[in-house]
Design a protein around this ligand. Structure first.
Ligand SMILES: Cc1cc2nc3c(=O)[nH]c(=O)nc-3n(C[C@H](O)[C@H](O)[C@H](O)COP(=O)(O)OP(=O)(O)OC[C@H]3O[C@@H](n4cnc5c(N)ncnc54)[C@H](O)[C@@H]3O)c2cc1C
Ligand SMILES: NC(=O)c1ccc[n+]([C@@H]2O[C@H](COP(=O)([O-])OP(=O)(O)OC[C@H]3O[C@@H](n4cnc5c(N)ncnc54)[C@H](OP(=O)(O)O)[C@@H]3O)[C@@H](O)[C@H]2O)c1
Length: 281
């Protein structure tokens, strides 16, 4: 039988009508141990289903070194019908109780070693579509907290500028990288807005199109991502992590497959792979 733990919702930041950042603090013990890239399962009894507990997975945006709370970024699913858990979550208030199951998930764990046992020193490129950014907010804060020296790039794709949920935090991490120098902390953050023609997005001056367009080569055969890092991306020098719609994963692989990149799911007998992903179908 599943035994749910209890937590208090301690912080609710509504970014827009259907996008929220929430923080949870366990009621009966410390913040659980977890690894960057994992998800937690939340649950609430649903009154329209006779109090049956509806449970759903949410990627953790906070990092394991933060022992104060678990942070999540959640979309209210409204179409074609209001989502069973998110509709309740969007009615929840600071101080309310919520149920949780311990963090888990292996799809997006940060690769630390190569199949030959040597440390994985490849640059890390994280591509998050929408709320699929969450695991990479955890990655960035974790790699920062442990003083990781690898080059790290976080790319976020959103339809609207007010959905760039962690712009401030990630911009600050990049500013710190500029101040301290890349030998100390080597971090960059960029976003792509996929509906640039809409009036609400008129202030956007960055990349336009879906987030995978960062990988599309321009005239000189160099992609905006390669321009940003000032290097050619190869399967020897770069490891990709992708989270979002299956279309985002497929779009990324359309660019990477011809360069010989393979996902962890498709790895061969030598154990090598250059892409990890979690898709939300
Ligand atoms: C590993 C993992 C991590 C995740 N991380 C996040 C995250 O960080 N942030 C986030 O926002 N989400 C995340 N999700 C998605 C999340 O788990 C839920 O799937 C999502 O919040 C929707 O849950 P819900 O109960 O509100 O919707 P559900 O009730 O499960 O509805 C799902 C879909 O079905 C439709 N539907 C429901 N009932 C019917 C019906 N009777 N007929 C037709 N259609 C129907 C709904 O309109 C909706 O489109 C993650 C999922 C996974 C697997
Ligand atoms: N790990 C997981 O499984 C996980 C994690 C987070 C969220 N989710 C779930 O995913 C759902 C929606 O996510 P969201 O609201 O965060 O995304 P979103 O804001 O609707 O979309 C984010 C970006 O992805 C693009 N996009 C939309 N559909 C796409 C497709 N089929 N192929 C490629 N790109 C696409 C959008 O472009 P356009 O502007 O062109 O639409 C936008 O740029 C929610 O139900 C959420 O609960 C799952």
């Amino acid at each position: 039988m599943v035994v749910d733990n209890k937590a208090t919702i301690t912080y609710v930041q509504l970014l827009k009508e259907d996008l929220v950042i929430i923080r949870l603090v366990p009621k009966d013990g410390p913040v659980p141990e977890y690894q960057a890239g994992q998800f937690i399962t939340l649950g609430l009894p649903n009154p329209t289903e006779g109090g049956k507990i509806v449970r759903r997975a949410y990627s953790i945006a906070s990092h394991p070194e933060n022992r104060k709370y678990i942070e999540l970024v959640i979309r209210w699913v409204r179409k074609p019908l209001p989502g069973r858990l998110t509709t309740q979550l969007f009615n929840a208030k600071e101080g309310d109780e919520i149920l949780w199951l311990k963090p888990t998930g292996r799809a997006l764990l940060i690769n630390e070693t190569l199949p030959n046992g040597e440390p994985d020193k490849r640059r890390i490129i994280c591509i998050g579509g929408g709320t699929g950014l969450a695991p990479f907010v955890s990655f960035a804060q974790h790699l920062h907290a442990v003083g990781d020296k690898r080059e790290i790039i976080v790319l976020h794709g959103a339809s609207y500028v007010d959905e760039l949920s962690y712009k401030e935090l990630l911009t600050e991490l990049e500013d710190e990288s500029k101040r301290r120098g890349k030998d100390e902390w080597n971090f960059k953050y960029r976003a792509a807005i996929s509906r640039p023609q809409e009036w609400f997005n008129r202030s956007w001056a960055g990349q336009v199109g879906r987030v995978e367009t960062f990988l599309r080569p321009r005239e000189a055969g160099i992609s905006p991502l390669e321009e940003l890092i000032g290097d050619k991306i190869t399967k020897e020098n770069t490891m990709f992590y992708v989270c979002g719609w299956q279309g985002t994963i497929d779009g990324v692989m359309d660019f990477l497959k011809p360069k010989g990149f393979i996902t962890e799911h498709d790895k061969g007998p030598d154990g090598n792979f250059q892409v990890k992903y979690e898709s939300y179908g």
